[in-house]
Design a protein around this ligand. Structure first.
Ligand code: HEC
Length: 122
């Protein structure tokens, strides 16, 4: 009887130990990821810098009509120059970057999401 009791106690200690080891912070905190908003500063500027300012520089080159160096310039192009349609187009003669290739879909989606989020600067 004593032996069983001892075994039982050891088993309890082992089990308590295991359950403690599994108590990661993730179990304690609600880990629903906070979906941060897309902003010009955190996402869009680097996409434009990498893919567009080769031509849309200030002054622009290769017959590009306007610079895309600042938040105001990029926002203006979304509002008045169909920037969203230009980057999502399937029509190579209309598509930006001019001459292609089309941006990766994930990158296009980030630009569209920026618009959905309200074209925030920061
Ligand atoms: C190889 C040079 C080049 C690159 C790179 C380029 N563009 Fe252009 N872009 C042009 C030229 C040239 C025009 C004018 C001809 C036209 O409208 O198709 C233009 C026109 C535009 C227009 C329309 C302007 C208007 O007033 O109607 C937008 C918007 C635009 N580009 C956005 C972009 C964006 C965003 C990128 C990057 C994803 C980009 N462009 C990359 C050369 C370029």
């Amino acid at each position: 009887m004593r032996r069983y009791l001892l075994k039982f106690l050891i088993l309890c200690i082992v089990l308590i130990n295991i359950s403690c080891e599994n108590d990661s912070e993730n179990d304690l905190i609600d880990v629903t990821p906070v979906q941060s908003l897309i902003t010009y500063d955190n996402t869009i500027k680097s996409i434009i810098d990498t893919n567009c300012i080769f031509c849309h520089n200030d002054p622009p080159t290769n017959f590009a009509p306007m610079p895309l160096l600042t938040y105001d310039q990029v926002k203006e192009a979304v509002d008045n120059r169909s920037l969203l349609d230009r980057v999502s187009s399937e029509d190579i003669s209309f598509l930006m970057p001019a001459g292609g290739p089309r941006l990766p879909q994930a990158t296009i989606d980030l630009i569209l999401q920026w618009n959905t989020d309200g074209l925030l600067e920061q």
